[in-house]
Design a protein around this ligand. Sequence first.
Ligand code: ZN
Length: 571
Amino acid sequence: MRIWPGSQLDIGPSTSEGFYYDFDIPEHRLSPEDFPRIEEEMKRIIKENLVFQKEVKSREEVSTILKTSGQKFKIERLADIPEGEEISTYTIGDFLDLCAGPHVMRTGNVKAYKLLRVAAAYYRGKETNPQLQRLYGTAFANKTELEEWLKMLEEAKRRDHRKIGKEMRLFTFDEDVGPGLPLWLPKGGILVNELEKLAMETEFQAGYERVRTPHLAKESMYKKSGHLPYYAESMFPPLEMKETLNDGTEKVERYYLKAMNCPHHHKIFASYPRSYRELPLRLAEYGCCYRYEQSGELFGLMRVRSLQMNDAHIYCTPEQFASEFQAVNEMYMKYFKIFGIQKYLMRFSTHDPQQLGHKFVDDPELWKETEDRVRNVLKDSGIDYVEIPNEAAFYGPKIDVQVWSAIGREFTLATNQVDFAVPGRFGLVYRTRENTEATPLCIHRAPLGTHERFIGFLIEHYAGNFPLWLAPDQVRILPIGSEQMEYCEALRKRMHADGIRVSVDTSGDKIGGKIRNAEVDKVHTMFVVGQKEQEQNAVAVRRHGKGDQGVKPIEEVLVQIKTMIAERASD
Ligand SMILES: [Zn+2]
């Protein structure tokens, strides 16, 4: 405003990385070249040590101030505040803004800040509205924290899953297949399969049963589940098809690609009469779902239109709920350990009693009971969690699981939900011990989230240097000369028969070149074989990024490698 008088302001919220503000600046297009000048002005304002003065004002008073300063977007935003609601403003020097706060006391409290980038944004996100300039920035309590954060961003750029995914040939997107529809290349397919194998083994041990369901269903099912019409925006448009019935008449049916696996699993529960003896019933599937995301929202593997979910639904009695929920949490912890995830947080979203019947299913006792159970389990198991009121799902409390990658970047991985309404909508019942009918509770859980998001996370977490059990290329055998080729090929065959992903470098490169190529390909372990090694029935072991590990007898190395794979060792 000081630099470009006449600028129109829209909104400026805080974000997970800092803040942004939307401007309409007459006859000037912001670019990073403007940043030093703007930051200079920010420095001056901080030096002035102005007070952030909160004041609740009347609508008329605020309206007059905004009209005098000619802030047309702000006047419209003011009109959005419902009649009777408090109008909170902040004044900094001669500048007034609509804001609920809170803020620091004075501009002088801002110790470290930086402008990050500028982007175009439509007013109220609508393409028919004027285009504004969105300026992003961040602020920290001190310079060290800011610098650490900037360093982390640099490292995240280096570890960008789209970049590494391309270099390692893990996945790709194709124009003809469609945006947001990833194709897993063979090496990415290995990651997918290893994760599924892990999930299947873990779930088998935990008493889950596997099911398989089609990728689409009729409109009537999604009306029953409530996805239609409430979730219609996030679903692909329907496929319409004419069906000839047995009596020769024709009928038009509408099918939808599934956006969630739950309705299909509910139908499996309902496929025959259930008894309390069958509960808890845990149905698991790596289900493929399709969600319509706007093309502008798509982002590598993180925001996609087809996703394979580590899904399961646990149907249980209210008495079984606590132990089932506890077991789900333990499964999370087991996975965190395997993947070396050291920092995590469970965000437990609960209901607001005042919103019962509107935002939340109107069953106050069931809410209280279920939330108490969830809270007790979280407390008893000493899990790090925060409680967030008024953010539960319509049909029950939910838990979002946030994890931090090895470089400290935050990801939302998965959501657990307790569902006490939908089983009712689907008419799911079981015979109780007393031979009455009751509706089960349903826990939706997906600890490994979706393959797309989880592998995106793992690529950054490991910087593509996956532990042996996950690594697409586990071992490469590097003969020093052609005389060792036969010996190497025999060794490869033997390891391959043991299920190890192994190859021989048959190129004519010198050994130094072979090692370099294996390093670039992020091959986990290299066996260098020369005449000496061959004679001793040994190999010289090298580890990706760790160098020479010494000459070892083959028998010893193979036992070690097989153990590391079987135990899913973390390095
Ligand atoms: Zn579900």
